[in-house]
Design a protein around this ligand. Structure first.
Ligand SMILES: Cc1cc2nc3c(=O)[nH]c(=O)nc-3n(C[C@H](O)[C@H](O)[C@H](O)COP(=O)(O)OP(=O)(O)OC[C@H]3O[C@@H](n4cnc5c(N)ncnc54)[C@H](O)[C@@H]3O)c2cc1C
Length: 498
């Protein structure tokens, strides 16, 4: 039962909720984040292409364009302060036809209008000078050097942990069910009780329309727009440097698509995707045979265009290690919905944050929090600490750092996940962090244990054992991702014989 009164309640802990929580922690406010999932980052922010977009393709004059470019520029410092890996590896759109070249000319003009730094139209020779061996049919391209790659859930977790270190309270398994105006503020009914708050920030992803429509007459609708990806083995990492994508094009069925891309993740794997398909069910994050086949077909047919083909001549199906899908929160306004609802004072939206939302959210949050604090005369939090307390993961340490870590803590000498080089010390840090991991998936998101080639086959039993021991619960109560997903549903010996 939640009984406290807060100044601010944030609904949702994706990149929007995490970024606004972090930005509001700079002010003297009692802030709580309510998250319906069993861990933070339960929505689109954990399942996307992980690209920090340059802003070359966001429609000029839109909120998406404005915040995309601002957000992109924040990433170096943001990730350094939070100890999150970030790579500004650039993006290349390759052209194989005159139609592609025309689209590239249009995108260059759009990029210039949006104020994106350094975007160049390349002929074949200058393209090859940047990234080796594109296939013979590639006639040119667009280069956006400010584009980057980040691990989206590591960033969200870091933002949330940092906010928690600066006094923000987080409540997991706490779905907001109903919202009502009460006096100067709001009464929020959740799955774990009710709470009063002066202000609400709606960061509920695909559910942000339902939250807004509970309280505001300015209704909008969000469609979940599914995108699927494949993950390829780390063996391919040496052959993919920049993020490479086909040139956007008009679909025969109407509409425009960014098309497929190949992304080198900051963790060494290669991500392929993604497609786009509107769905009805807001929980439908399943991958489909049709979607996966579509991605494989595209890369089988177009592999010869990509620089990687000179080292790996055909699409390596056998190096696919996993697939995932995420739901973009696509609003019927076709742009981000940001700010105080005109007919609901104190209720703020960060809604309809579809792509490039991962890139844009830190900038949206910073502007929104500053304007909010000014509007309500909120004093700054003098005790705010700008950097996060976090020990580097063993897999990211240099040989010297590993030796030092091992000398001070023998748990660094015990590998739990062989594929991703995760040690017992890393898992213990994840469990005892400011928003501690309580499930196998939460350990996975914080450490990468279970994300490698064997997909948890080796490390899962030990992760279960460590969660059980550290949380002082029986192994049968350890879950993959919350109630109903128990890893070991029965204690050995409890089966009845017939
Ligand atoms: C396939 C795909 C590819 C993408 N690629 C990129 C990319 O490369 N670059 C980029 O910049 N952007 C990309 N995006 C967009 C980006 O992922 C989103 O813009 C961003 O993650 C949205 O963040 P959010 O916090 O608004 O929503 P979410 O991350 O969905 O978070 C919403 C949170 O609210 C919680 N919640 C919902 N309802 C309630 C409730 N009633 N009570 C409590 N909690 C609730 C959810 O559990 C969830 O944790 C992509 C998205 C997808 C799906």
């Amino acid at each position: 039962m939640i009984v406290d009164m807060y100044d601010v309640v944030i609904i949702g802990s994706g990149i929007s909720g995490a970024a606004i929580a972090n930005a509001l922690a700079r002010y003297q406010l009692r802030v709580a984040v309510f998250e319906k999932a069993s861990d933070i980052c339960g929505g689109a922010s954990r399942s996307n292409s992980a690209t920090v977009h340059s802003g070359h393709d966001a429609t000029y004059g839109s909120l998406k364009a404005h915040y995309n470019v601002l957000g992109n520029a924040m990433y170096d410092k943001l990730c350094a302060d939070l100890s999150v890996p970030f790579s500004r590896n650039g993006m290349i759109l390759f052209a194989t036809s005159e139609a592609d070249k025309n689209e590239i000319a249009r995108l260059k003009q759009n990029a210039d209008q949006n104020g994106v730094p350094g975007v160049q139209v390349l002929d074949r020779a200058s393209l090859l000078a940047i990234e080796g061996s594109f296939g013979e049919e590639v006639i040119g391209g667009l280069y956006a050097p400010s584009s980057g790659q980040v691990c989206p859930y590591s960033l969200v977790i870091a933002l949330c942990e940092h906010a928690a270190e600066n006094g923000v309270s987080f409540f997991l398994n706490t779905a907001v069910l109903q919202l009502e105006k009460q006096g100067e503020g709001y009464l929020i009914h959740t799955a774990r009780g009710s709470v009063q708050t002066r202000f609400v920030f709606n960061c509920a992803g695909v559910y942000a329309d339902e939250i807004n429509n509970m309280i505001s007459g300015n209704r909008f609708h969000i469609t979940p727009r599914k995108g699927e990806h494949l993950i390829l083995d780390k063996k391919l990492a040496p052959y993919v440097k920049a993020t490479i994508s086909q040139t956007p094009f008009d679909l025969p069925s109407g509409g425009h698509t960014k098309g497929m891309g190949i992304m080198p993740s900051v963790d060494g794997t290669i991500i392929l995707g993604c497609n786009s398909c509107d769905v009805v069910d807001k929980e439908d994050t399943a991958t489909s045979e049709e979607g996966i086949s579509q991605i494989i077909r595209f890369f089988e047919e177009n592999w010869r265009h990509l620089p990687i083909h000179s080292a790996v001549p055909s699409f390596p199906r056998h190096l696919i290690i996993s697939a995932f899908a995420g739901l973009r929160p696509h609003p019927d306004t076709d742009d981000f919905i940001i700010g105080e609802a005109a007919d609901a004072p104190g209720f703020y939206n960060m809604a309809g944050i579809e792509s490039p939302g991962l890139t844009a959210a830190p900038a949206i949050a910073q502007e929104l929090a500053n304007a909010f604090a000014q509007q309500h005369h909120i004093p700054v939090n003098e005790a705010y600490c700008p950097t996060r307390t976090h020990k580097k993961a063993f897999r990211n340490m240099t040989a010297e750092e590993r030796e030092q870590a091992l000398a001070s803590n023998p748990n660094y000498g015990h590998i739990v996940c062989r594929c991703e080089q995760v040690t017992r010390a890393d898992v213990l840090q994840a469990i005892h962090s400011p928003i501690g991991a309580r499930t196998v998936n939460a350990v996975k998101m914080r450490t990468r244990a279970g994300m490698g080639r064997c997909q948890g086959g080796f490390c899962c039993p030990e992760v279960v054992e460590l969660l059980s021991k550290e949380l002082d619960i029986p192994m049968s109560e350890v879950t993959m991702n919350g109630a109903g997903s128990e890893v070991i549903p029965y204690e050995i010996g409890s089966f009845e014989t017939v």
